[in-house]
Design a protein around this ligand. Structure first.
Ligand code: ATP
Ligand code: MG
Length: 137
């Protein structure tokens, strides 16, 4: 079964949105197979967002992502990579449709509530960056 890496970002953890976000993926029919509240280190955020290094927003992004705990998860289900991205909505909350997670809960780019892997290769890479085998149930 396909797996993806999803993460409730620090803004949403601070706002008490972990439960509401998890509920959406459960209601859709996906299954959480690993999950934990954690503080991301500078080293981990660099590895996670390596593709964005050098971009004008990179410093803000890494500072934001290490500003407080995140809730990191692995979810399983049919087409979960594509469908979870669809449920998240556009990266820019100003363009995210109502009914999507970013459309309903976010107003700006660098406070966009949730991360989700964008391809099977990145899902595989990100799952192993954040979790080891013993953490799966
Ligand atoms: P994420 O990887 O966080 O799930 P995404 O896959 O929708 O988001 P990416 O293109 O991977 O979008 O960008 C990663 C993050 O970098 C975005 O969530 C956003 O916070 C920030 N970002 C991306 N592009 C821009 C931009 N043009 N201006 C400001 N911030 C940006
Ligand atoms: Mg991305």
């Amino acid at each position: 079964m396909e797996r993806t890496f999803l993460m409730v970002k620090p803004d949403a953890v601070r706002r008490g949105l972990i439960g509401s976000i998890i509920a959406r993926f459960e209601a859709k029919g996906f299954k959480m197979v690993a999950g934990k509240l954690m503080q991301i280190s500078d080293e981990l955020v660099k590895k996670h967002y390596y593709e964005h290094e050098g971009r004008p927003y990179y410093q803000d992004l890494t500072t934001f992502m290490t500003s407080g705990p995140v809730f990191a998860m692995v979810w399983e289900g049919e087409d979960v990579i594509k469908l979870s991205r669809f449920m998240m909505g556009s990266t820019d909350p100003e363009k995210a449709a109502p009914g999507t997670i970013r459309g309903d809960y976010a107003t700006r780019m660098n406070r966009n509530v949730i991360h989700g892997s964008d391809s099977p290769e990145n899902a595989e890479r990100e799952i192993h960056l954040f979790f080891d085998e013993r953490e799966f149930v």
